[in-house]
Ligand binder design. Sequence first.
Ligand code: SAM
Length: 228
Amino acid sequence: MNDEIRKIFIDYGFDLSNEQTKQFDNYFETLSQWNKKMNLTAIESSRQVYLKHFLDSLMLGRVFDMKSIKLLDVGSGAGFPGIPLKILYPSIELTIVDALKKRITFLEHLCGVLNLDVHLIHGRIEEHAYKAHYDIVTGRAVSSLNILLELCVPFVKKDGYFVAYKSSKYAIEVEDASHAVHTLGVEYRSHFDYEIDHDFRTLLIFNKPLDTPNKYPRRFKKIKSQPL
Ligand code: SAM
């Protein structure tokens, strides 16, 4: 991580230790190597990976106290946002569920390199057993908001939060998701808008005051053919 990037992280409120800086550098190296043989990220320049993946992932830490929480990251792909958050907040109990075996294989290797203790699960989130279990559930670049809500909210414990990482064009998606919000027992609380390197992004924050009816999430075929 060069001095310019390190300073940008500090400007956003993330003052990394030397150990964490080294972990992000090893993350970038491992990602670049594996990206040559499998499709993990379209972004390749180091500046873009550090800012548009690593720093963007960390923004959840601007909204929540991240100490010792149970976090589930759905469809993490190459590890976003879960792995950067685990590097910055090692006391998080992190679970990642991803449907693609090769992405989980990459993450297993990565967690070995970075010496991170993460529950990595290969499978579809609809089949995950731990409903109403996590303090915060995240989803980034996985699907449209109404579908993402059904995939994620059932796993949020009562009074916990679901957070969607989205681009700035979220207003219509939020409107289209009002039925899903109502059905799944969550409330749309707020959005946290930010800009990274001329890219306008937001965190959509939902809290869960009610239980989600047990029939959710449905099978993916049903979720897609009859979205909430
Ligand atoms: N979150 C990462 C990011 O921001 O770069 C990865 C995004 S990638 C475009 C979407 C990932 O979601 C893929 O790795 C895919 O396998 C996973 N995914 C999609 N639907 C899923 C489901 N129902 N259960 C588990 N993983 C899913």
